[in-house]
Design a protein. Sequence first.
Length: 251
Amino acid sequence: MNPVTTIPPVPAGVEAFDARGVLRSALEALGRDRLALSASFGPEDIVLIDLLVELEPRPRVFTLDTGRLPQETYDLMEAVRGRFGIEVEVFVPDAAAVEAMVRAKGPNLFYDSIENRLECCDVRKVAPLRRALATVDGWITGLRRDQTPTRAATPKIGPDLEHGMIWKVAPLADWTEAQVWAHIRERDLPYNALHDRGYPSIGCAPCTRAVAAGDDPRSGRWWWESGDSRECGIHVASAGVLHRPTGEGTR
């Protein structure tokens, strides 16, 4: 459990802060040891790491290694470690839970139903995330409001009731994709090689594919499912409700 029972008050006027101001406020309120960036090594995460090290040379950064990630993601993880000289805390799924799931439903269970896919996400992502977040009072994410309709109201700092009354920090909430990539190019930052092959959004290898130019960037995630949901269960609304349109399966 997190040591705090109530979250500190959100800084006044935080919605007017730029990304650096949001990060600075979170670091000052929670401290380096109790604030961590959750990185899947998308372009937003690379920008956030670059901004974080300006404020804290040794920020906490963790990632969820599902065991099904593309090799290019591991290559980027190593490039980030080398570029910024930071440690990446790696959280993996419980081996017994993975074994039981795969034994019962097969290695590609996620293609069979939404329920199976969400079960796989829960075992490989959501459960490790809960372990990671038990070590912090706030986590930093790369959520942007223009990514999906379900993220349009994302606050720059808000309560995450689902994970023990901690802060959820989204410094890039009001950034556009163009701004993210402009920062990466201006700073010559490393990024996932799959982005140059038509993969705007990258998750586990079997659940991610390239999309045509101009298509919804999230349409390459779980493309075999109907509906507008492109979430795995990691991101929930402030009231503790999964970011998924009405009618979709539950986590």
